[in-house]
Write a protein that binds this ligand. Structure first.
Ligand SMILES: [Fe+2]
Ligand SMILES: [Fe+2]
Length: 387
């Protein structure tokens, strides 16, 4: 009667009573509305099995400890079939059932929230579960759509991040390529070798790391440093490749390579070009203010410029140049110490000396045998002052 009345009013609640014997798996439903029978294709003979047959999924919701997070435990039909006896024992133990079943009813998904009380009639070995199934399809469809959308959004975000990362790497690679070709172009006109740039990168990295700079910053420094003299591409061959000493006017022209390089590297968006710009402009400034192009002193000289200045001079001293013999490693380090507080930042000289084993190793590994023990280049270079 009650069930009939509820169905007539279109109540979404389907009351039921299920019963099973505690010593067997057999279950039967004695009371359940017409609506439920119809939902299960009118199969009222074996209502419980028809219901079980059409289950697609079962969700159990619970709170996660003290937090307000709702945990959804989802079990598919196969898992449920395996676990049914255990689930019944749990219902008996807790005295209740609360789960959401997704079933295929008349070829469309229907979600039923099952809420029941479980009672044990020990005398007859019968367990009775009585409660109601509530159609929660609209809420669950909404939830599934939300989850799918969230999943899709997440996938899109990951794809986008990967794409951005790829593009950033590509951009960085192409920048490096342009820069290395630019540096390469300079080598055709200067008497320095590519190894000068490589050693300089390594020396500067050692000092940068010893300063406590982060790996990312040190990497940028390493990549930017070989461009320090890129402005020399703008110096006339007659001066850059001049044999013999330079006049003071000619030397003034050589000095413009800092500003020329800075202009060439100006306005780049990347950290690489920004740092390269700073290095090109300031690698001939001196700690005491007697350097060029602007004669700035001490910490007013950007750190990247100070580091490059020290390592560039050290490498010039320990490499063969047209205007001088190759200095021994010891003679060159003595010179660096002597120029501390005059040409170089004393703190950097300190770090340089503390890291001599690493500097020596780079020098050993990246200097050709014939250059280690003295010697001069045959070509004449413009100025000894320009490392
Ligand atoms: Fe230079
Ligand atoms: Fe240099």
């Amino acid at each position: 009667m009650l069930i009939d009345a509820m169905e007539r009013f279109g109540n979404p609640t389907i009351p039921y009573i299920a019963a099973w014997r505690s010593d067997s798996n057999h279950i039967w439903y004695e009371f359940c509305g017409k609506q439920f029978h119809e939902m299960l294709n009118g199969n009222s003979e074996k209502l419980a099995s028809a219901f079980r047959e059409q289950i697609v999924n079962r969700y159990l919701y619970s709170r996660d400890g003290d937090s307000s997070t709702i945990v959804k435990v989802s079990k598919d039909k196969e898992q449920l079939d395996r676990m049914r006896p255990a689930l019944r024992r749990m219902a008996v133990r807790t005295g209740q059932v609360e789960a959401v079943y997704k079933i295929e009813a008349n070829n469309k998904p229907v979600w039923l929230k099952d809420m029941a009380k479980v009672e044990i009639f020990a005398e007859d070995n019968i367990i009775l579960s009585f409660g109601s199934l509530v159609d929660v399809s609209s809420e669950m469809t909404l939830q599934e759509t939300l989850e799918e959308t969230q999943q899709q959004l997440h996938t899109n975000k990951v794809n986008l991040e990967t794409l951005v990362e790829q593009r950033t790497q590509e951009l960085h690679k192409s920048q490096l390529e342009v820069v290395s070709r630019l540096t390469q172009a300079l080598l055709y006109r200067d008497d320095e070798t590519g190894l000068h740039g490589q050693r300089l990168s390594e020396y500067c990295s050692v000092i940068g790391s010893a300063m406590g700079l982060g790996k990312g910053v040190v990497d940028v420094l390493r990549e930017a440093v070989p461009m320090h003299d890129v402005g020399k591409v703008g110096i006339a061959d007659a001066i850059l490749l001049k044999e013999g000493p330079l006049t003071s006017d000619e030397f003034d022209i050589i000095k413009t390579h800092c500003q020329l390089g800075a202009d060439l590297l100006q306005g780049g968006d990347s950290k690489l070009l920004k740092v390269a710009h700073v290095i090109a402009l300031t690698h001939h400034e001196r700690w005491d203010g007697s350097g060029y192009p602007h004669g700035i002193k001490a910490r007013k000289i950007p750190l990247a410029g100070r580091i490059t200045a020290l390592c560039d001079v050290f490498d010039a001293l320990t490499s063969p140049r047209c205007y001088k013999e190759t200095w021994s490693f010891e003679k060159a380090t003595n010179e660096i110490t002597k120029l501390s507080d005059v040409h170089f930042d004393p703190q950097l000289v300190d770090l340089f000396m503390k890291n001599l084993p690493k500097i020596r190793q780079i020098h050993q590994e990246k200097t050709p045998e014939e250059e280690k023990n003295g010697g001069m280049r045959l070509a004449h270079k413009a100025s000894a002052a320009d490392a």
